[in-house]
Write a protein that binds this ligand. Structure first.
Ligand code: NAP
Length: 316
């Protein structure tokens, strides 16, 4: 049986830095927000180790701790939380409607902070071997690879951060990159190049992951993109770090998106529907930092608050 819940001023979808910052601001603005945690409460940072660039933590802080502190702060001001997967939204409002299975939540303003998910290689057996040597999270799985051989795919910040972290455990980490120039920032490049446990395979892609469900990953086949040659590289794990896809499937045909599927925002965090705001990685493919996500979460809450005021004034 469907349950329709009492309307909230503001519902926030997602509980990464964007969603939780929006919650802190909305709660302090007396908008009684409800946060709907998705499948990964705390968002992508819960899979990160040392965050050295979030202001206010001179010694760095680990992702799960930072996210727990943000959640505690949001709760302190009265934010309500619900755990569940949003299956459908109706943006023909306000009120807007949000389905979490058989429950319907109503709201006058909506902040979308659903983030982005790691991209996969698209190889036929990568999901079969997921958790059996294939991973997208060094923090989660690195521990299992003490003195092992690993491959990290990608040439961005994430790939090099993962590679550096994995050298705490692994004997050797080979970064496989499709070009001969890294996309990662200079400090991360320097750190990786100076790490004697990290090696590189340039102009190469993983064309196959070798292994089976029982024994797990035993290697990869690498294809050199310039001469077409293929070779096998023995390894015990493959960490895929090739970027992300925004979590926007729910909003297809309902909100304006760019060609990459990211929500288009204007004037801060306004989407194409008045009263619906978007913050964090779901609308930002460029910066994708915890601090920029938090900043846009703050903007979304403030814009939602102004929107609610305008509606109130129009009524009186
Ligand atoms: P990214 O910057 O988009 O890099 C993705 C990498 O994967 C690129 O090197 C790309 O190659 C490669 N790639 C993409 N699709 C591929 C495919 N199908 N096969 C093989 N390789 C593929 O993603 P990211 O590293 O996750 O970083 C995302 C954002 O988060 C960036 O803005 C980054 O600065 C930020 N970030 C920051 C930190 C930090 O500051 N500590 C840490 C992590 C992430 P090409 O280079 O050829 O395109």
């Amino acid at each position: 049986m469907t349950t329709v819940h009492e309307a909230h001023d503001t519902i926030i979808l997602g509980s990464g830095p964007a969603g939780l910052t929006a919650a802190i601001y909305a709660a302090r603005g007396n908008c009684c927000p409800l946060v709907i945690h998705g499948s990964q409460p705390g968002g992508q940072l819960t899979t990160t180790t040392d965050i050295d660039n979030f202001p206010g933590f001179p010694e760095g802080i680990d992702g799960p701790t930072l996210m727990q502190q943000m959640e505690d702060q949001a709760r302190r001001f009265g934010t309500a939380f619900v755990q569940g997967e949003v299956t459908r939204v109706d943006l023909e409002g306000p009120p807007f409607r949000v389905w979490v299975e058989d429950e319907i939540y109503l709201c006058t303003s909506l902040v979308i902070a659903t983030g982005a998910s790691p991209r996969m290689l698209g190889l036929p057996n990568e999901w079969d071997l997921y958790g059996r040597g294939v991973s997208v999270c060094a923090t989660c799985d690195g521990f299992f690879y003490k003195e092992k051989e690993l491959v990290v795919v990608g040439g961005g910040d994430t790939a090099l951060e993962e590679a550096a972290f994995l050298t705490r455990f692994a004997r050797r980490v080979t970064v496989v990159h499709r070009r001969d120039t890294l996309r990662a920032s200079p400090p991360l490049q320097k750190r990786a190049r100076e790490n004697e446990r990290i090696g590189f395979r340039w102009n190469s892609v993983v064309s196959a992951i070798l292994g089976d469900k029982e024994a797990g990953v035993r290697g990869v086949r690498l294809k050199h993109l310039q001469n077409g040659q293929e070779e096998e590289l023995a390894c015990d794990g493959v960490f895929i770090a090739i970027g992300h896809t925004p979590n926007t499937a729910l909003f297809e045909g309902k909100l304006e998106m760019d060609e990459g599927g990211y929500l288009v925002t204007r004037n801060g965090t306004e989407t194409s529907v008045p009263g619906v705001f978007a913050a964090g990685d779901v609308q930002d493919h460029q910066f994708r930092q915890a601090i920029t996500a938090a900043g846009s979460g703050c903007m979304a809450a403030m814009q939602a608050e102004r929107y609610l005021e305008t509606l109130q004034q129009a009524k009186s």
